[in-house]
Design a binder for this molecule. Structure first.
Ligand code: GAR
Length: 210
């Protein structure tokens, strides 16, 4: 089975969705490591409960970002992971650490990229008066939230929506989107050709709608 590592900084509901999909037999992968920059991350507890090796590294123990990222990625490599999923990992990764992994890392981001890279995506969609919002899964490159988008899930913004409601309505869509994309990767239907994403060998000119 394809070997997958996951990085998460927070509660880990997207990791939970991956684990549930695997339990249902819908995601034939082997999770070899769940890592976090936060020892208290819920994601680590979920991994422990599922008997997946965990790793908590505290960035404060390193002289700079690069030193932390190089150590983190060396440990991910040592886990034997072939692919890496960022599921709510809230750090920018240094390009030098990322380099050898480009094409093998995906991230889920709570906006319809290229809109709203970075933080506070729900608030920014509301403030802009958008009628649609959503989540994207993309290949990670050195450009923050800027790599080729693989797939998106969309939802309509309702009058009166606030940031919290929007985030809550989006989350179940994220929980379908991320396992679906990881499955396509595991089936080798999705690829990175050095510049762009390919699906069944064809250049992805627009994100898949999942
Ligand atoms: C998710 O909404 C994910 O899209 C977002 O963090 C949340 C993690 O929730 N990711 C980012 O903002 C990445 N910049 P979870 O810990 O419950 O999976």
């Amino acid at each position: 089975l394809p070997r997958i590592a996951v990085l998460a900084s927070g509660r880990g509901s997207n990791l939970a969705a991956l684990l549930a999909a695997r339990e249902r037999g819908e995601l034939p992968v082997d999770f070899v490591l769940v890592g976090s920059d936060k020892a208290a991350a819920g994601a680590l507890r979920l991994a422990e409960a599922a008997n997946i090796p965990t790793l908590a590294l505290d960035p404060r123990g390193y002289p700079d970002r690069l030193a932390f990222d190089l150590d983190l990625f060396a440990r991910i490599a040592a886990s034997g992971a072939e692919w890496l999923v960022l599921a709510g990992f809230m750090r920018i990764i240094d390009a030098a650490a990322l380099g050898p992994w480009v094409g093998r890392i995906i991230n889920i981001h709570p906006s319809l990229l290229p809109k709203y890279r970075g933080l506070h995506t729900h608030r920014r969609a509301l403030e802009a008066g958008d009628r649609e919002h959503g989540a994207s899964v993309h290949f990670v490159t050195a450009e923050l939230d800027g790599g080729p988008v693989i797939a998106q899930a969309r939802l309509a913004i309702q009058p009166g929506d606030d940031e919290l409601q929007l985030a809550q309505r989006l989350l179940p869509l994220e929980h379908r989107l991320l396992p679906a994309v990881l499955r396509l990767l595991a089936e080798r239907r999705l690829q990175w050709d050095g510049h762009a994403a390919r699906f069944d060998g064809r250049l992805l000119s627009a994100p898949l709608l999942l």
